[in-house]
Every structure is written in C-alpha cells, then in structure tokens.
Design a protein around this ligand. Structure first.
Ligand code: MG
Length: 295
C-alpha cells in the first residue's frame, strides 16, 4: 500500500485534526496580551531602616512591586499592609520561608514541605502576592535523582497545587544553575513539570543570573516557559545589578514580550557602589533594554 493511502485508511481525518488543533497543546492564548515591564526588588536589596522606607523608595524609583522574604511572614502581615497603604507597590512573590524538601527520599521531609508550603501560600494569598518560590532541592541536600525525583516531585506538588489553586496563588518553581541545584536547571524542564502536574496552582519562574549559565537562548527559554511563567529574577553575570557588567537583557525581554508577560521582574543581586544611586540607575538601564527589545 502506498504510504499516502495507508495514512488515509489508518488515521481518520477527524482524529488527525484533533491532534493538530487540540487547544490543550497550545502554550499561548489565541490573543497574547501586551507585555508590561513591572520593575520590582527583593526587600533585602533596598536600603532603609523599615519596610515602609524601602517601599517608598521603590515607588520613587519607578518600581511596581516588592518581593518579600518568607521567614516569619505570618507575623508580618500588619507591618506589610501598613507599609503598602497609599502606594502603588504590589507584592510579587514570597522567597523562602518553608521547611522540608520536595524531592527528599524521606517521606516525612516531603510531607513537611507540603504542609509548610501550604501555610506559606495561605499567607501569600492574604497579602495578595502571586505566590511562593520553590526550589525542589539544592545540591547540598540528600535527594532523589533522575526519573524517581521527577515522578515524586509531581506527586508532591499535586496537593500543594490544589491548595494554591483554591486560594488563587501559585507555587513558582525556580530552575537554578548546576553549581547550586543540578535537578532543575532549565526553564523548559520546569514548564514540562508544570504541564504534567496540570494544576492552576503550579507555575514557574526564570532567573536571568542562572539562565546565563544554563540556557542557550534567553528568548527561547522564556518562549518554552510560556503561560507557566509568573515571575522573573534579575541579576548580571556576576549576580550584580543589571547594567553593572556585560549581561544583556534584551533577548530575554524579547521572549517576555512575545509571551505577553504580565508578572514582575525582581532584583535578586548584589550591588557595586551606593545602592541609593545604583538601583535607580539599574532600573533606567532595564527600561532602556526593554525598549530595545523590539519584536
Ligand atoms: Mg533566583
């Protein structure tokens, strides 16, 4: 039988169309929204004696978000809501603040990660944050490897995702570079884990500092992350402020524009020089690079 005839007889047209047009396979919505550059910083990077002082500086410098440390977060709700009052600053992500390990060989440690991450996500929801950042394991941790690690991670994320989904917040899986975490290093890998968990409460992020070492294309990495990408960290090659070494953000910003990114880009880096001068300078550098990222 000719190949064409064989295909005709063995694959009904309707089934063939279903394969090529199944909307669940599409990474992008039909109409991509216009991406926004929403500058943000981890609270610890901003100089100031109080959170209020830091928030006011961020607003003055043209930022739209603040990323909070997760330690003792439930005890800081009043301090945080008071500091945000009357400003345009929103909380982006929560960094750290849970215990246990998502891919531990010890079920007790995995269960601890589930329960403490759920608690953290509840506070994140109360504060109106996007969600909480999660690293499956750092290299220093005793952990599962390979297929078993991935299978266990997906099962561990399911109950957390269900909890997060009900609250309208997200777990943000963060790929790191191989020196810090070998298990999850590329954005496409994190996106495929999100796809396989298949929960609105499970999403991911990208960090320009780690991406420099692991990705072959910043733009390609963000395109592969697509709808699962809900947060971004900023850092240069040496993890200093954007603009303080040769790291370009233009190609990555093209990727963010192409996927219609609506989240924040948040400083997670050191600073050469006085932070009160250098951070606003870095924000202006990022705005310039965003404008250069034409698509
Ligand atoms: Mg990071």
């Amino acid at each position: 039988m000719e190949r064409r005839n064989f295909l005709k007889s063995s694959l009904p047209l309707a089934a063939a169309l279903a394969i090529t047009t199944d909307p669940s396979r599409a990474e992008q919505p039909a109409k991509t929204p216009k991406a926004k550059l929403q500058l943000c910083s981890q609270e610890s990077r901003i100089p100031g004696d109080s959170l209020k002082e830091k928030i006011d500086k961020l607003q003055k410098w043209g930022a739209r978000g603040v990323e909070l440390s997760g330690g003792n977060l439930s005890k800081r709700v009043k301090e945080i809501t008071d500091a945000l009052k009357g400003t345009k600053i929103k909380i982006s992500a929560i960094c750290g603040g849970y215990s246990g390990l998502l891919i531990s060989p010890d079920k007790t440690r995995r269960d601890l990660a589930i329960s403490t991450m759920k608690d953290l996500l509840s506070v994140a929801a109360e504060l109106g944050a996007i969600g909480a950042i999660a690293v499956p394991a750092f290299n220093k941790h005793t952990q599962l490897v390979g297929k078993e690690a991935r299978d266990v991670l997906i099962e561990t994320l399911k109950p957390i995702g269900e909890h997060a989904g009900k609250l309208g917040v997200k777990v943000l899986l963060e790929p790191l570079n191989r020196k810090e975490a070998y298990f999850l290093r590329q954005l496409a890998d994190a996106a495929s884990i999100c796809r396989d968990v298949n929960s609105p409460g499970i999403a991911m992020m990208g960090d320009f500092y780690h991406m420099y070492f692991e990705e072959t294309s910043d733009q390609g990495a963000f395109l592969s992350a697509g709808k699962y990408l809900h947060h971004v960290h900023l850092g240069s090659i040496k993890r200093k402020l954007p603009g303080q070494d040769a790291r370009s953000f233009v190609d990555g910003f093209r990727g963010l524009k192409r996927i219609g990114y609506q989240g924040f880009v948040s400083l997670e880096c050191g600073c050469i020089g006085k932070r009160d001068i250098e951070i606003p300078r870095s924000f202006r550098f990022l705005e310039k690079q965003w404008n250069e990222a034409t698509i």
